[in-house]
Design a protein around this ligand. Sequence first.
Ligand code: ZN
Length: 546
Amino acid sequence: MNRFTAPWVVACLVAGYACQAPPPDEAVEPEALSPMQARLAKYTTVRLTTDVASLSESERAMIPHLVRAAQAMEGAYWQQAYGDRDELMARLEDEDARRFAMINYGPWDRLANNEPFVPDAEPKPAGANFYPPDMPKEELDGVELESLYTMVRRDDDGKLTAIPYSVFFEEAYGEAAEALRAAAELSEDPGLKRYLELRADALLSDDYRASDMAWMDMKDNSLDIIIGPIENYEDQLFGFKAANESFVLVKDQEWSARLSRYAALLPELQKTIPVDDVYKQETPGLDSDLNAYDVVFYAGDANAGSKAIAVNLPNDEEVQLQKGTRRLQLKNAMRAKFDKILLPIVNVLIADEQRSLVNFDSFFSNVMFHEVAHGLGIKNTVNGRGRVRAALQERASALEEAKADVLGLFMIAELASQGELDDESLDDNYVTFLASIFRSVRFGAASAHGRANLMQLNFLEEKGAFSYDAAAQTYKVDLETMGEAVDELAGVILKFQGEGNYDGLGEFMATYQVVGDTLQQQLDRLSDERIPVDVVFEQGTDVLGL
Ligand code: ZN
């Protein structure tokens, strides 16, 4: 039985304000949500804006072209994730169902383990629409069929055939390339101009390396765009195929300057990781750059289901080797999740006296150091079991996410002890971290992030890093113990990785990846309060006033 919450509570919680009750006789029972409305309520809408006045006239003129290029990825992504968007939309009569299908790019709920939400929908194929739905896994064999940049179909004889993206998505890619060239034409930044031109070429040739190199080479641009087939999470069958997406970005110069200071401290931080020397012999990629951006448009894979608030690219290991990677902190999207999701969670689950310690700067630092921490630690086992990722198989991702969380927090503590964090206090980072764990646990066990956070929550609670007050139904960080518990967990994780200990990790996960009764009750409270799980965007040139 759900406990319903008065609408005023929902409104003020969503806005992130402390709630004040209206007189009792005005408190009305809200209407129950239909099942589809309940699904939609997991998302809250945010307008994506930035300070366009700080851009030059030519930059402002470029944005509509970049947005047009990004929009071309929408239809191309639908083809990969589902198939014919218009056919699906025509079948859906309910307005809420149509809207939910647009958010999910298909008839499956991405925040509920891809459960079908349209009565006649088949379960989602693991290979989405990259492969024929009837294809047995063993049938796929061959370089072209396994390529990042081909769609796999059957020819007239029923044989598998690989169709290059540049052919399959000829129309969408052609439109995107044309828009990128139009933006390049207006660009006053030679690095950006070159990247946009090379990216247009890449879409038409399926060869992205030169454009990735050019992307890493440009440093002074205020505008940026990530576009094309990039991540392979949508292909759950093999993880081979890259999904179409785009982010249109405006660099935040002030916050980027702040970040470059931290980037310089990384080499020293690797040496201080709380684990035996044998597990930290590798020299991490430290030539990376780290910048803050406002996103002004999300499209395709980037816009499906839960939204990224930080990105680390490119994925091409050859480019990574030569040029490093770029870590992008998506500041306005992060701010939206902080205001609309994290603060409302804090107001329900965090002890009264610690609520004021949760702030955006700490949230930003925690996310930033999470990204940085992926680059620290260890990639190869120390006992001849090969790459960590290969040794730990399907358990690797969740452990790596947990590593990034705790090692990130460890680094913040190190910097604090060196006096490098001027305006923040470590206590703020700790309490914000705990609140954020509750936020991420809600992504569920289908997500590596969800599992990683569950593991941390149970381990840290067992070590006394925080405690639950049953009377108040809130959690409180033990500020004295938290640091030690985080170090201990970091040590445990790095050992599993260093030893490639698949079986030991299995036992660890069975112990710590559980949702206890208390936690489940508290998560139910968040749903009952209708606190959203993620965001959807109102976005585009109109929203920007361009
Ligand atoms: Zn991560």
